[in-house]
Design a protein around this ligand. Structure first.
Ligand SMILES: [Zn+2]
Ligand SMILES: [Zn+2]
Length: 225
């Protein structure tokens, strides 16, 4: 047993930090794990107390360690399969980035009457409320759902590898416009490949949501198929 460097309680929870390219391991107890977050500065590591509400750069951050716990608990039955699928997420993120770049280049190269017409009507901009195929309210709900599932999957796989989220939250622009959800981890995993898998898990959540949405759409679109 080691002791928590913050309060001295006995604990086996190790937090691994990247301090200017070098891995640095510390012991934290379960309570301090949820209470503090590290900030690596030039002088070293500063530990700050996590605040439930924080307002900076016109963004309101609301987060809670309870929400982080809830994600860890909910991960119990799907964590294994999620960790296996997260490799797929890495491939998917590369492919989807390539596809997006292709889409942009294709629009620039094939600038014809159709693209001019679509752009005039702002089709394909993918901004809720501006793109006519993405209405404001529906678009924001879809974005929020996509972000929640994305972050949830990061939390599921990180819990599987022994570094559960210490907290989770949302960021609201100007205090009311949701634009980001997040899970927080004070440290990394010692094994870099596992960090890659934790990163890949998010997009797997998006792919699953996309498939479910597509199935629901096809089921509810009589006459097309
Ligand atoms: Zn402690
Ligand atoms: Zn992510």
């Amino acid at each position: 047993m080691n002791t928590c460097f913050k309060c001295g309680k006995e604990s086996n929870r190790e937090v691994v930090l990247d301090v200017h390219g070098r891995l640095h391991a510390l012991t934290l107890c379960d309570e301090c794990y949820k209470k503090y977050e590290p900030k690596v500065t030039r002088k070293g590591i500063e530990w700050r107390e996590i605040k439930r509400f924080r307002f900076s750069y016109s963004v309101l951050f609301i987060e809670s360690s309870k929400l982080g716990e809830l994600i860890s608990k909910a991960s119990a039955n799907i964590d294994w399969i999620a960790s296996k699928m997260s490799v797929l997420g890495i491939i998917l993120s590369i492919l989807s980035t390539a596809f997006m770049i292709y889409g942009i280049v294709d629009r620039l190269v094939r600038y014809n009457l159709i693209t001019i017409h679509l752009l005039k009507h702002r089709v394909g901009l993918m901004i809720p409320g501006i793109d006519p195929i993405l209405p404001l309210i529906e678009g924001l709900i879809a974005l929020l759902l996509a972000m929640i599932i994305h972050e949830f999957m990061h939390g599921v796989v990180s819990t599987y590898y022994g570094i559960p989220p210490s907290s989770a939250g949302v960021a609201l622009f100007l205090g009311f416009l949701p634009f980001m959800a997040y899970v927080k981890h004070p440290g990394l995993h010692r094994d870099p490949w596992k960090n890659v898998k934790i990163a890949g898990a998010g997009i797997v959540g998006n792919a699953i949501l996309a498939l479910i949405s597509l199935a629901l759409f096809l089921l509810n679109a009589p006459g097309i198929y």
